[in-house]
Design a binder for this molecule. Structure first.
Ligand code: ARG
Length: 656
């Protein structure tokens, strides 16, 4: 059992008979921020005031009287308004280090009550190249799955591929009208990608032409409104002035946005019209939008030709994304795309109808849900099923196949409304016991504060992003090796290190952010050797390997954990305490599904290690006990970092 769990058990006994539900108060025992206040601090006397009455210091005294932590701590101290400060005895820390040292799992026991969890993540719409927007779901979902699995849960990862949507209508249309036969024969994936982009470009052009008049009118109107607001602000005086200035600023911003929107439409149009070939294409395919919808509908209705084409294309599309998953070291247990559920969609709507959950609204089948302004449409008037229908069918399939306790959907925050409705619908449909969670996340931004795009305004392809990260990591690796003349690496090894560091840095940059916020993408920042970055975490790992090699340390003997250990410097003790918190951090990650807590922890441990390493010589420690203690800390550090990074889906390099 970890330190915190042992302290909590002791407090539980102390609170038993004093309060009705001790559990809520046990959360208030946390590691102290400052060693002045001991190693752990229990902050429960203040909130207990409303339950027990009296003043918190007396409450704290009463708890301490009933508390038996003598096996773990020095006598507890009461501080300030009623904090209970706990200082662990050194022997206890050493004992726990031994347990961790001996255990492959660093002393972390699997959870007592494992759950079955389905993690639905990555889930790109295939038939178009993966782009930067897919990175977040992919790495966050992968990391949560790894952590849950490590903690002992039964995890099923499912890539809910979009393999049945309009994008197939697009490539089918493209294939029928625009294909280059020999290019397709030579490199089908590339040709399908080209067809997708070409159809997309024509559709975008047509949409832009259609939207232009409205955008022009809007920009004009907002520019006028901004001018008026600016004039009012200039004239306003006294208390009115501040409000008027604010209004003017907002109006200016709106006008600017509209102007940009208009400029981007004009640019799209100009790009096509600048090329006679592209203009001719756009003119020839004037009806493309309806035609694409028709191709999609025909596919869904079982049209033999479209079905055959879909079956021909799908393996190519999968192969294309598989290459990226391989580079990212991402694997799925299941890849049941949307198409898999197609045969059950009618039945799903029938079942909902039978239970009286569906009402007709203007020909569409709708599920009306309490607390929502608009219903969830499950079948359109033309008979087409929707994304939501598929998701309902998916829930039913998952329940009957795996009987999960929990299902996580790692999907962009823009789909919040969809999932809120889906979860509400699942509940009324009868899946009350199944816990459903939308693990949402923000957008990847460029340094201009807008969604990350290429210079020409296109979405950034994921493959190119990986290549660039690796190229830049290679430069960092080469630069670093210049400084360490004693390290010799051949070309293959350099490239291998660059691949690990580059991809690791990319993943870490994402995972170290709180998922709910947007974050700014920067190659320079994520590859920096200092700060909360992957290279910073990778260094000490390699460094400890160096120490063990130089000192010809027998790691196996050390891991028997039977030699004397003791702390001399405060840096040793602090590092030890931090290392012993690993399990708690992993459990914390699974409360609100925040892998960034693990990243922050690894950063903290690594920083504590640097401070320890600066202060304490390891191989030349003053005596055998110190040497053993320090080597043990080094070994636990590298294993904690390796395991922690592995749980983030990031590999380590033995030397760098
Ligand atoms: N394919 C969808 C998209 O790209 C994401 C699917 C997420 N998973 C789900 N069960 N809805 O937007």
């Amino acid at each position: 059992m970890n330190v915190l769990a042992r302290l909590q058990a002791a407090f539980r006994s102390a609170l038993d008979g004093l309060v009705d539900s001790p559990s809520t108060y046990l959360e208030m025992i946390r590691p102290s921020q400052d060693p002045k206040f001991g190693d752990y601090q229990a902050n429960l006397a203040m909130p207990l005031k409303s339950v027990l009455g009296g003043n918190p210091r007396d409450i704290a005294a009463k708890i301490v009287e009933r508390l038996d932590v003598s096996a773990l701590c020095d006598p507890p101290e009461i501080a300030g308004p009623g904090f209970i400060n706990l200082r662990l005895r050194d022997e206890v820390i050493v004992e726990m280090l031994r347990t961790a040292l001996r255990d492959e799992r660093l002393g972390i026991a699997p959870v007592a009550e494992p759950k079955t969890v389905i993690v639905d993540f990555s889930s790109p719409n295939v038939a178009k190249p993966m782009h930067v927007g897919h990175i977040r779901s992919t790495v966050i979902g992968d990391s949560l799955s790894r952590i849950l699995r490590f903690l002992g849960h039964r995890v099923i990862t499912d890539n809910h591929l979009g393999d049945w949507g309009t994008q197939f209508g697009m490539i089918i249309y493209g294939f029928k009208h625009l294909r280059d036969e020999s290019a397709y024969a030579a490199a089908p994936v590339a040709e399908l990608g080209r067809l997708y982009r070409q159809v997309r470009a024509i559709m975008d052009y047509r949409a832009a032409v259609r939207e232009l008049p409205k955008a022009e009118a809007e920009a004009k109107q907002l520019a006028a409104a901004a001018a008026t607001a600016a004039a009012l602000a200039a004239a306003a005086q006294g208390p009115e002035a501040k409000k008027a200035a604010g209004d003017a600023k907002r109006a200016a911003r709106r006008s600017e946005e509209a102007a940009e929107q208009l400029a981007s439409l004009r640019e799209k149009i100009a790009k096509t019209e600048a090329s006679p070939a592209a203009s001719a294409l756009a003119a020839q395919h004037a009806d493309i939008e309806r035609a694409v919808l028709d191709e999609t509908a025909a596919l869904h209705a079982g049209d033999a030709e479209n079905r055959r084409l879909w079956e021909e294309f799908l393996p190519y599309c999968r192969e294309d994304i598989q290459r990226i998953y391989e580079r990212l070291a991402i694997r799925f247990d299941e890849e049941l795309g949307e198409s898999f559920y197609h045969p059950w969609l009618g039945e799903t709507v029938d079942d909902l109808t039978k239970r009286g959950l569906v009402r007709d609204s203007d020909g569409a089948a709708c599920v009306f849900l309490d607390g929502f302004d608009s219903p969830m449409i499950v079948r359109k008037r033309d008979g087409a099923y929707l994304y939501a229908t598929t998701d309902l069918a998916t829930i039913r399939y998952r329940v009957s196949t795996w009987n999960p306790d929990l299902c996580l959907y790692v999907v962009d925050h823009r789909q919040s409304e969809h999932f809120a409705k889906l979860f509400a619908a699942a509940k009324v449909w009868g899946f009350e016991k199944l816990e459903l969670r939308h693990v949402s996340f923000g957008t990847v931004m460029g340094d201009d504060g807008r969604p990350f795009k290429t210079r020409s305004g296109d979405t950034v392809g994921l493959e190119g992003l990986l290549d660039e990260a690796v190229t830049r990591a290679r430069a960092v690796v080469d630069e670093n090796l210049k400084k360490n003349a004693d390290l010799e690496f051949d070309e293959t090894e350099r490239q291998r290190i660059a691949e690990t560091v580059g991809i690791g840095a990319l993943k870490y940059a994402d995972l170290s952010q709180n998922r709910s916020s947007d974050y700014v993408f920067s190659y320079d920042k994520m590859l920096a050797l200092k700060g909360n970055t992957a290279p910073y975490l990778l260094y000490p790992y390699a460094r400890v390997n160096g120490i063990f090699a130089r000192g010809e340390v027998d790691a196996e003997a050390l891991r028997r954990g039977d030699r004397a250990m003791a702390f001399v410097a405060p840096e040793e003790r602090r590092l030890a305490l931090l290392l012993l918190q690993f399990e708690n951090v992993l459990l914390d990650v699974t409360v609100d599904w925040l892998p960034n807590l693990l990243a922050a922890y690894l950063y903290e441990v690594t920083t504590a290690f640097s401070q320890f390493y600066e202060r304490c010589s390891v191989l030349d420690a003053p005596d055998e006990t110190s040497r053993t203690t320090r080597l043990a800390l080094c070994d636990l550090l590298r294993r904690t970092v390796r395991t922690g990074l592995d749980l983030l889906g990031i590999g380590v390099v033995e030397r760098m």
